[in-house]
Design a protein around this ligand. Structure first.
Ligand SMILES: CC(C)(COP(=O)(O)OP(=O)(O)OC[C@H]1O[C@@H](n2cnc3c(N)ncnc32)[C@H](O)[C@@H]1OP(=O)(O)O)[C@@H](O)C(=O)NCCC(=O)NCCS
Length: 195
């Protein structure tokens, strides 16, 4: 299940984030403070507020990912642009304890359907470091198209990191939902990434 963040997510969110430092840090934006500081229970209030403000402005759709009623991760639809572009970028992470169960591909499929439906967007992009094999598998499972290679694109874990861009537009779903595509997609070749 996907739902918006709440102030009372603080304790669960912080517990997962602190326990998953080694798992998450290589894929997260560079920050000036320590992992413990920026993922403490008290750090959540300002992050929650920033996420909700961006959500209200319509520049972002912040989601918490729940599995069996328990908080297990986040999926953020960012860089939401309307007008002629009608596009967005999606980022996600999940608790190592529940990795490998197909939770993120399902969450991403639900989010894409929401973006193409209620939000009225035309294109969804996911940018992934070439080294991030699990995340490359996520977009492969949904059949996202490899669109390009961005050199030194994002400041991640202390360095400007190359990213592979994947995208899907409404037309590529041929009137189907991404959730149904995920359920029925035939096996795909492994993505080859340029370095
Ligand atoms: C990328 C990520 C969100 C995938 O979430 P997920 O819910 O585990 O996705 P899936 O269940 O589809 O698993 C994807 C692949 O991860 C790999 N995987 C599964 N369990 C794993 C584990 N415990 N440790 C490492 N890799 C694992 C497998 O290769 C799997 O592919 P497979 O189903 O073909 O075997 C998750 O690995 C994660 O949070 N990683 C750290 C943060 C991150 O990389 N975010 C994305 C930045 S672009």
């Amino acid at each position: 299940m996907l739902r918006p963040p709440r102030l009372r997510d603080a304790r669960s969110w912080s517990e997962i984030r602190l326990r998953n430092e080694q798992w998450l840090k290589p894929w997260e934006p560079t920050a000036g403070d320590s992992w413990a500081e920026r993922n403490s229970v008290s750090a959540w209030a300002s992050l929650n507020s920033a996420l909700r403000t961006s959500g209200r402005r319509g520049t972002m759709l912040p989601f918490m990912v729940l599995y069996g009623g328990r908080l297990v991760g986040q999926l953020n639809v960012s860089n939401v642009v309307h007008g002629a572009l009608r596009s967005c970028t999606v980022g996600y992470w999940i608790d190592d304890a529940v990795a490998g169960r197909g939770i993120t591909p399902t969450a991403l499929a639900v989010a894409i359907d929401h973006c193409f439906g209620v939000v009225g967007l035309h294109r969804v992009e996911v940018d992934i470091r070439p080294e991030n094999t699990p995340s490359l598998r996520v977009v492969q499972k949904l059949g996202l198209r490899r669109e390009g290679f961005y050199q030194r694109f994002l400041d991640i874990d202390g360095e400007w990191r190359d990213h592979v861009a994947f995208a899907v537009t409404v037309e590529e779903l041929g009137g189907r939902s991404m959730v149904s595509r995920l359920a029925n997609l035939p096996p795909q070749p492994t993505w080859r990434t340029r370095t």
